[in-house]
Design a protein. Structure first.
Length: 546
């Protein structure tokens, strides 16, 4: 504590250093930064640095205007309304007066007003008025009177305090006194913010900011520098500084643009050596049946959690299909069933017409090549060449035939010059391509990629995309990278809560904003997808015809 209670903050700092701490972050557990944060906080750390010059000390920022604070405040308001009027009253709050400590510091007062403004936006709490306990206006009585004049018949008084104490008690007394003089208005006292896991998580976030840097301080092109309700995932995402393309005018300009686009597409599709692919990775054979066919697939974990609740999926030969969905939707569980790694609760799985069963596992796993998200789960031998050779040698290939197979696979992914390097000496993008080469060397009929571009820089991502685009192998891409799905896969399915929620052309799925929002999928900032003319299918089978 800074004052009035034990232990004092200086003693806490000394105890941490005595325990061996060499890097200390002080997180001020206050809502808004006023005198205590701006004056006392730096003073505490200055004293600490003088006592412990070998220790690094950093000061985090106040909790401030944050979605967690807003959510806790809303819960307190609704709790007070329910306690006063019963459960049905929770949706009928006419007005709220949110009252803070008050300060002569303009930043602290402004932050409280900002938080109150956001609390009144889209939460169904009615009019939300700010007030201050002391040192600033409006007062509690002034805010209650304003709410009454605006027609409120019931007002909830919310103390924006982290802890109970004398001031919270005084606020309740003042509210009761005002209510006794205005019988036409019901005044419901709400609890202070108090102890809440969401606020504890915010403390951790503030500590991490102090250690790793605050996005507000190191981004000059961010769409949002602080988290705002409804836009939490936009923090740090870049604004596009490129001017919008001018509209093409005239038939000559349109013809030139179309010709340029056609030539660019032709160059991308043209076979080349190295990353040009189409050399060394044979096309998937046509076995007269869907490359992948899943019917009524169900999977329940031992604790009773349902991972797949009746999945129907069919992918045609040589097609590329993306599997999209939020975390926990069952995507990885689905692909593990394709190689028989899990025992299904119900349903059938077939690869190229061969049912997946205990008696066919060897054949199925020869046909299906699975590339894990983490390449370190697949690369385990001394050199890249050894790792790529492992699969085909297990299939019985040896001698010159094995060498040729390995060389072709490395050439396909553009790693021929790194064949004798140790996998741990490669970058993440190179390791991921090495893992892909090891799978391609077995000549799979179906290629399954689990989050293939996760954590890759743009250049490495482009290298991997070019490899996959050149393959004539049936490919299933499990990904959160929606631009990748649009670029690589003509068809997609949306998996959510263990079911296929939608399927169809990738562009159509990504252009459906309501569908995307319903399944927690979101395009990168500034990306807009035009809907195709082909409608998105309803839940059911995906017939990904070529």
């Amino acid at each position: 504590f800074l004052e009035l209670a034990e232990p004092p903050v200086d003693a806490a700092v000394d105890a941490l250093v005595a325990d061996g701490a060499t890097d200390v972050v002080a997180v001020p557990y206050v809502l808004f930064g006023a005198g205590h944060l701006k004056d006392d906080g730096p003073a505490v750390l200055d004293r600490a640095r003088r006592r412990h010059p070998h220790v690094r000390f950093r000061l985090a920022r106040d909790l401030g205007v944050h979605p967690a604070v807003l959510d806790v405040a809303e819960d307190r308001v609704r709790g007070a309304t329910t306690a006063t009027t019963g459960p049905a009253g929770g949706e009928h709050v006419e007005a709220v007066v949110a009252i803070g400590r008050g300060s002569t510091d303009p930043d602290a007062c402004a932050d409280l007003v900002k938080l109150v403004r956001l609390l009144g936006d889209g939460r169904g709490l009615g009019t939300v008025e700010p007030a201050f306990q002391a040192m600033s206006t409006p007062t509690l009585e002034g805010a209650l009177e304003r709410a009454r004049l605006l027609g409120a018949t019931r007002v909830t008084v919310l103390p924006l305090f982290l802890f109970a104490g004398v001031l919270v008690e005084r606020i309740a007394e003042r509210a009761a006194t005002w209510a006794a003089e205005h019988a036409a208005v019901v005044v419901a006292p709400a609890a202070h913010l108090g102890v809440d896991p969401r606020l504890a998580a915010l403390v951790v976030e503030r500590q991490r900011e102090a250690r790793e840097g605050d996005v507000r301080m190191n981004c000059d092109v961010c769409a949002y520098r602080v988290r705002l309700p409804g836009f939490e995932d936009k923090v740090g995402t870049p604004l596009s500084l490129a001017p919008p393309e001018a509209a093409t005018r005239g038939w000559r300009a349109r013809r030139a643009a179309n010709q340029a686009a056609s030539k660019a597409a032709e160059r991308r599709e043209r076979p080349r050596v190295g990353l040009g692919r189409r050399l060394g990775a044979p096309a998937s054979p046509d076995r007269g049946a869907p490359a992948i066919e899943v019917t009524g697939l169900r999977h329940t974990w031992p604790d009773g959690t349902v991972a797949l609740a009746g999945v129907d999926l069919a992918v045609a030969n040589r097609d590329r299909v993306a599997v999209l969905g939020p975390n926990g939707s069952g995507k990885t569980t689905l692909v593990l069933h394709l190689v028989g790694a899990l025992e299904r609760t119900a349903g059938t799985v077939a690869v190229g017409g061969t049912p997946v069963s205990k008696g066919t596992l060897a054949e199925v796993r020869r046909r299906v090549g699975l590339v894990f998200q983490d390449p370190d789960d697949q690369l385990f031998l001394p050199t890249v060449r050894d790792d790529v050779a492992f699969g085909p040698s297990a299939q019985g290939l040896a001698g010159d035939d094995l060498d040729a197979r390995v060389s072709a696979a490395l050439d396909v992914v553009g790693l021929a010059d790194l064949a004798d390097r140790a996998p741990h000496q490669l970058s993440l993008g190179e390791r991921r391509r090495a893992a892909l080469a090891g799978v391609l060397a077995t000549h799979p009929e179906v290629l399954v990629l689990d989050e293939p571009t996760a954590n890759l820089d743009p250049a490495s991502r482009r290298d991997l995309v070019e490899v996959v685009r050149g393959l004539q192998v049936t490919t299933l891409v499990v990904t959160h990278d929606l631009p990748l799905a649009l670029e690589l896969c003509p068809k997609s399915v949306v998996l959510d809560r263990g079911r296929i929620a939608a399927d169809g052309p990738t562009a159509g799925l990504l252009a459906n904003r309501d569908l995307m929002a319903a399944h927690r999928l979101e395009l990168p900032y500034g990306m807009v997808v035009a809907p195709p003319t082909v409608p998105v299918a309803t839940p059911g089978h995906v017939r990904a015809e070529r």
